[in-house]
Design a protein around this ligand. Structure first.
Ligand SMILES: *Cc1c(COP(=O)(O)O)cnc(C)c1O
Length: 356
């Protein structure tokens, strides 16, 4: 058990209205912090008032981006209980990202205790309206004050919380995606499978150019052959081709192993669908479209759960999917996952962790 020192905020913030939340714009009254020093390990776990963190200008995170993060949510049930969805998966992924980034791991039970304790203290911040939740952002960054390039000897592990609005206030509207031909997000052997800020920094320009051209997100192709599909924006991607569900496999290490992705695969298999995790080329998708066998496509991630794709545009070649409407498999996954997350359906898969 972590010994967490708790310092309560003297003044509480006023809470924003549920219909004005947006994503990641409001933060709760407290945050969790724990420090690491080589030789001492993780120490000094505390929950303190939310506020700025003071760092030396030479702190390594500013120069060499030794940083990683996670993202999960706490949901309010209709009986006002608060629950988490598969936090063990996020914590395991955080530690696998730690290994890739030469960052010391956080014991899984300590990370879960930190998340639960903070969410419990802030439970009044979990919004009530349909589709809203409390987004949980754990992150770790290198704080050693020096400019040599090597793994830092000092880190901080911080957790902040943000009440977020319903992603689909206006219904599950399919989005338009640009197939990215100029930039790549990662390459085999790189950090594609690690949840790190650096991957996002590298993706901003492609995303910005896509938005300027009227697209919501980009479809990332592999960095070597520019042929195989990796992800859509910051989501994992699925296709339904001739009734079979196909998604890029994790084997090459290019793809972030999404908790939503894994949950969709498990549910689809349980329901009796054929699910193939394998390489998926953009040519295969164009061909399926031309043959009329491209039934559906959707992105998966914690923020949106399921994000249906209405169209891919590949340098002017338009792949329209299901008349720009959400398909039945996308809808079924969305309905079932959200029912479990908000406690409206029984937890048959054992995925729910209550915050007592
Ligand atoms: C976090 C993330 C995802 C989605 O993962 P979930 O665990 O389902 O939220 C997908 N792709 C990238 C690049 C991500 O950072």
């Amino acid at each position: 058990m972590l010994d967490i020192r708790i310092e309560k905020a003297a003044v509480k913030k006023s809470k924003p209205a549920d219909d004005s939340l947006g994503f990641g714009r409001h933060f709760t009254d407290h945050m969790f912090i724990m420090d690491y020093d080589a030789g001492q390990g993780w120490h000094d776990a505390r929950i303190v008032p939310y506020g700025p963190i003071s760092l030396d200008p030479s702190a390594m995170v500013f120069h060499y981006a030794q940083e990683l993060f996670e993202g999960l949510k706490a949901y309010r049930r209709s009986d006002d209980g608060i629950q988490l969805f598969r936090p063990d998966k996020n914590i395991a992924r955080m530690n696998s990202t730690c290994r890739r980034m030469c960052v010391p791991e956080v014991p899984a039970e300590d990370a879960l205790q930190a998340i639960k304790t903070l969410v419990d203290i802030e439970r009044d911040w979990v919004p009530h309206s349909q589709g809203t939740s409390l987004y949980i952002r754990p992150f770790i960054f290198a704080t050693e004050p020096q400019l040599g390039v090597h793994p830092s000897k000092k880190y901080s592990f911080v957790i902040i919380l943000s009440p977020v609005g319903s992603y689909y206030a206006g219904g599950l509207a399919p989005v338009k995606i640009r197939v990215e031909r100029k930039y790549v997000r990662c390459v085999k052997g790189g950090t594609g499978e690690a949840k790190v800020g650096g991957n996002y920094a590298a993706s901003l320009l492609g995303q910005q150019e896509a938005e300027e051209n009227g697209y919501a997100q980009v479809l990332w192709l592999d960095g070597i052959e520019r042929k195989y599909i990796d992800e859509v924006g910051a989501m994992n991607v699925f296709f339904v081709i001739d009734g079979k569900v196909v998604t890029p496999s994790l084997a090459d290490g290019n793809i972030l192993p999404g908790v939503t992705r894994a949950s969709c695969i498990e549910l689809l298999k349980k329901w009796g669908y054929t699910v193939e995790e394998r390489k998926v080329s953009i040519d295969e998708i164009r061909e399926a479209y031309e043959n009329g066998t491209l039934n559906e496509s959707f992105g998966t991630g914690t923020a949106a759960v399921i994000s249906p794709v209405g169209e891919y545009n590949d340098e002017g070649y338009s792949i329209r999917i299901n008349d720009g409407k959400i398909g039945p498999i996308s809808q079924k996954l969305y309905d079932n996952l959200t029912a479990m997350q908000w406690g409206k359906a029984a937890d048959e898969m054992g995925w729910i962790v209550p915050v007592e």
